[in-house]
Design a protein around this ligand. Structure first.
Ligand SMILES: NC(=O)c1ccc[n+]([C@@H]2O[C@H](COP(=O)([O-])OP(=O)(O)OC[C@H]3O[C@@H](n4cnc5c(N)ncnc54)[C@H](O)[C@@H]3O)[C@@H](O)[C@H]2O)c1
Length: 308
């Protein structure tokens, strides 16, 4: 397996869970990887650099650890510098690091909301911003360049929503949009950018507190889903074979791969200038209500048995 031979990647949150599976898959396919991970708890508090150094130590010289928070100022730039210093180039950015601070909207704390956005969304922008000039330069000097890749690891929580996940889902919805904007802004340089919503058994899946029977089913099924298929799909997106795949939103759950639609108008009505609210209501009931999106959470929507 040498599909990523000569490629250099940065994977944030790459020392555990899905990120670690991505790093292992990249290395198995010939890539070199900078692993940025501060070894934080699920809520982002605390830091344990040994999580990162012991993981990268097990993978030899193909990986370089940066045991720091990608949300801290200057760390995105340091990761890009480390890729160049250690491996001589940078091709791939995987924004995977994420934290959770769940709270109902009627109880949540603004500082917690900000902390989640900082790690799960703003840090992703900072890393793309730090990496993009070098990727664009390489596209000019190395044409045809089929290496420039951005993959944002998002979540169905940001598409469907889930109880108490205002911060996490807002950040993930933003990260999905960021992948799309990066795809547009970098298309001329041949750099692709996609979003992947994963499903896999990790410490985060384990921490789910089900709110409905369907959510309980989701959790028990999810605990049997390995992270490796997500990693294989991310490697595909980063391979030369995916040069024409950009701006898309995918999901991976075990052996299932999903392509998600992206919101577009699905119904249209035209009002008269003097229509009153009763007319608006009539139109909404007649033309929109049959197509309303149900108030269903992502855990309910994906509670069926996965194919593993
Ligand atoms: N597990 C699932 O089923 C699932 C579902 C939907 C989305 N996701 C997404 O997949 C990604 C990986 O999730 P996971 O389940 O493997 O979680 P995880 O908690 O097992 O791994 C996340 C890693 O990110 C690191 N991290 C956290 N904050 C960081 C920071 N500021 N800087 C650097 N590293 C940081 C953690 O130390 C940890 O090693 C996340 O983006 C998550 O939102 C996972």
């Amino acid at each position: 397996m040498s599909e990523l031979s000569g490629r250099v990647a940065i994977v944030t949150g790459g020392a555990r869970g899905i990120g670690a599976a991505i790093v292992r898959d990249f290395v198995a396919r010939g890539a070199h990887v900078v692993v940025v991970d501060n070894g934080a708890s699920i809520d982002g508090r605390g830091a344990d650099p040994s999580v990162t150094t012991s993981f990268t130590g097990s993978l030899g010289t193909a990986v370089a650890p940066l045991a720091a928070s990608i949300a801290d100022p200057g760390i995105a730039e340091s990761a890009v510098e480390l890729a160049h210093e250690r491996f001589g180039r940078l091709d791939i950015v995987v924004n995977n690091a994420a934290i959770l601070r769940d709270a109902f909207v009627f109880k949540g704390d603004v500082a917690d909301y900000e902390a989640v956005l900082q790690t799960n969304l703003i840090a992703g922008f900072a890393l793309i911003r730090a990496a993009a000039p070098g990727l664009r330069e390489r596209a000019k000097t190395e044409a045809p360049y089929t290496g420039g890749r951005i993959v944002n690891i998002v979540s169905t929580a940001g598409l469907y929503g889930n109880f108490g996940q205002a911060a996490y889902a807002s950040a993930k919805a933003g990260l999905t949009a960021l992948a799309r904007i990066a795809a547009l802004d970098l298309a001329r340089a041949g750099i692709t950018s996609n979003a992947v919503a994963p499903f896999a058994a990790t410490r985060v899946t384990e921490s789910i507190v089900p709110a409905t029977d369907a959510q309980s089913a989701y959790k028990s099924h999810a605990m049997s889903v390995p992270a490796e298929p997500v990693a294989r799909f991310v490697s595909f997106l980063c391979s030369a074979r995916a040069q024409h795949v950009s701006g898309q939103l995918f999901g991976v759950r075990g052996r299932e791969m999903f392509l998600f639609s992206q919101p577009r108008p699905i119904a249209r009505v035209t009002l008269a200038p003097d229509d009153d609210l009763e007319s608006v209501a009539t139109q909404v009931e007649r033309s929109f209500a049959p197509s309303f999106t149900p108030l269903e959470t992502d855990l309910d929507a994906f509670s069926s048995a996965p194919v593993v």
